[in-house]
Design a protein around this ligand. Structure first.
Ligand code: PHB
Length: 395
């Protein structure tokens, strides 16, 4: 890791050497020859652990290549975006303009992503989205230099409705944070649940990242639905699981969610997560050699268990490796770089996936049930789910 201070002092030293005629050409070349990768991720707040998992996964994919991209050394830059949309543009500009990154890897929060997206479209910097599912990034505002390795917000919930109705849960309450990710997860849920014959009794929400769930849980108890479906993630998801359970709602109401609800929080939620059903493009328990090897290597390297965010970070690294290898490290060859990334087949721990024309994964959605602190796969909820990419016209 190169800290900003180090880069600045080192840069100043080089400048001083150059002006006094002492610049070592090889050193200057080595310095400028590194691929500059910027992480713009949450390292504080309710999504902090998601940011860490993404960075870990990304680094692991590069470490498997001896730490190189297309034969070139890599230099990292980091900004904590705090999941704060108000600072999204400014933080992205910092990485692009001050740190002059070649690739921007970020972020988790859909609102912050819109800031990154604006900067990516304005500057043409390569933008890799390792989580945030905001629809616009691969729909109406899709762009040749923007690739997502995660999902769109409605992809997991498009697979949820049918599974719920098949289990006889035909009357549901929806609850989420009121921001893009929650709204768009609702879109997928509404579409799939009503198409399968379910009725949404009420849509509830609270501001992000508020976790005062009590009044809303009281309202749910009074409504007596068959099921509750939701979108929550990170620290807030753990709290929601615990509060739902403590209120005794799990005894009469089946809890469902977009799979983020039970990712990276199973230790924190304890028995409150048992029996919760979710749909997601990954599961800890996927019984494939690829997943088992990944989980083993990740646990060894980082002394913690991977989750879907770690997988998405890893896949972001795999995608960039494929592109960079194709152009032998010359990331300025955008035509060939983007063509290689568009055509990439990612051999992921989640299963193989391909990139849609709008630059979003086409992937299977698993139905999972939490048992003893593990997301157990109980079936494939839907095969090869593709986002509709409405309004996407690549320039
Ligand atoms: C988002 O804001 O797009 C988002 C955040 C956390 C998740 C999923 C999506 O787990």
């Amino acid at each position: 890791m190169t800290t900003r201070r180090h880069v600045l002092t080192h840069g100043a030293a080089l400048f001083g050497a150059a002006s006094s005629g002492l610049l070592l050409p090889q050193l200057a070349l080595a310095q400028s020859n590194k691929v500059r990768v910027g992480f713009m991720l949450p390292y504080t707040g309710t999504f902090a652990q998601l940011g860490v998992a993404i960075e870990n996964g990304f680094r692991m994919a590069l470490d498997e290549q001896g730490g190189k991209l297309g034969g070139r050394e890599v230099e990292f830059f980091k900004v904590d975006d705090e999941s704060n949309p108000a600072k999204g543009i400014e933080n992205a500009q910092r990485l692009v303009q001050r740190d002059r990154v070649d690739v921007l890897v970020g972020t988790v929060h859909s609102g912050v992503q819109m800031g990154i997206h604006r900067v990516a479209r304005d500057t043409g910097v390569l933008s890799l989205i390792p989580n945030a599912g905001v629809h616009a990034a691969t729909r109406a505002l899709c762009a040749p230099n923007v690739f997502r390795t995660s999902f769109t917000n409605s992809q997991p919930t498009l697979a949820l409705g049918k599974a719920m109705v098949e289990r006889g849960h035909k009357k549901a309450v929806w609850i989420t944070w009121n921001y893009a990710a929650g709204e768009e997860a609702y879109e997928g849920f509404e579409q799939s649940y009503t198409a399968a014959g379910g009725t949404i009794v009420k849509k509830l929400g609270l501001p992000f990242p508020n976790v005062e769930f009590q009044a809303l849980l009281t309202e749910i108890a009074a409504l007596k639905p068959d099921a509750v479906a939701c979108f929550f993630a990170g620290g807030g998801a753990a709290k929601f699981l615990r509060d739902f359970h403590a209120a005794g709602l799990h005894k009469t109401i089946q809890l469902y969610g977009s799979g983020f609800l039970t990712e990276g929080v199973l230790e924190a939620a304890g028995e409150a997560a048992n029996g919760v059903l979710t749909t997601m493009h990954y599961s800890d328990s996927l019984d494939t050699p690829r997943n088992k090897q990944f989980r083993l290597n990740y646990a060894k390297a980082f002394k913690m268990q991977p989750d879907v965010y770690a997988v998405q970070g890893y896949d972001t690294g795999l995608l960039l490796v494929q592109g960079a290898n194709k152009v032998k490290g010359d990331l300025s060859n955008k035509k060939d770089l983007y063509a290689a990334m568009e055509g990439a087949v990612i051999d992921s721990p989640r299963g193989k996936w391909t990139m849609s024309k709008a630059h979003n994964p086409v992937q299977d959605m698993y139905l999972r049930k939490v048992e003893n602190k593990e997301n157990k796969v109980i079936g494939i909820a839907q095969k090869a789910v593709a986002d509709p990419a409405t309004g996407c016209k690549m320039a």
